[in-house]
Design a protein around this ligand. Structure first.
Ligand code: URA
Length: 207
């Protein structure tokens, strides 16, 4: 397993504070955020949702139309497929925390812009600190490039765990990219099954 020592290595968990309260506080701050123009077009901020004590935190790109409507991550077609993928790892939605790089929907689902990523990702960093997961499962290029600070694409990185500070980063294809691509579906299934195997050993980092 390769190791990177910068960036996320600087994130240490909040000790003794309730992850649930910290996450609620982050969600409140995100709901009030007007730092970029995405706030103009949003119906809801989508801070993230799930188990504050999760061993596995999944990170996607940005909310889509359904997520913007409901204020929850991965509730559309890609979300339904993600629930299926979690099953291959022996996980349910209740076990994990799901967040995105951006907390607001980009218009017409365009790609996140570098300035938006820079302004929005302090929320994600704080969420990682609050939860202190063992695994950061980065879904697709945007999440993987942001977390690993790499220019390498997801095709070469998926399924290969990387130690980043006290977290194991586990890149996978974005579920939406695999809905109509059989080969990516096979890779996703294999990667989530392999994650499930890894989760059979006791967690390697204390909360
Ligand atoms: N795609 C994402 O990256 N995130 C969501 O929340 C939904 C779809």
């Amino acid at each position: 397993m390769s190791v990177i020592n910068e960036h996320f290595a600087t994130i240490v968990p909040h000790e003794g504070e309730s992850a649930e309260l910290l996450l609620a506080d982050i969600a409140e701050q995100a709901a009030a955020c007007r730092k970029c123009e995405l706030c103009e077009g949003r119906i809801n901020v989508v801070p993230g949702f799930g188990n504050p004590e999760a061993r596995v935190m999944l990170i996607g790109e940005a909310p889509g139309k359904n997520e913007d409507k409901q204020g929850l991550p991965f509730v559309g077609a890609a979300g339904k497929y993600l629930t299926e993928l979690l099953g291959y790892a022996g996980l349910t939605r209740e076990d994990v925390f799901i967040a995105n790089v951006l907390k607001c929907r980009p218009p017409s689902n365009r790609n996140p812009r570098p300035d938006e990523i820079e302004l929005c990702t302090p929320f994600l960093r704080d969420q990682v600190r609050a939860i202190g997961p063992e695994y950061l499962v980065t879904m697709g290029n945007f999440a993987t490039k942001f977390i690993l600070k790499t220019e390498c694409g997801i095709t070469g990185l998926h399924g290969k765990p990387v130690m980043a500070g006290r977290f194991t980063v586990y890149p996978v294809f974005h579920p939406a990219a695999a809905i109509y691509d059989r080969s990516k579906r096979d890779a996703l299934q294999a990667d989530f099954e392999a994650l499930g195997e890894r989760l059979k050993t006791p967690r390697s980092n204390a909360r």
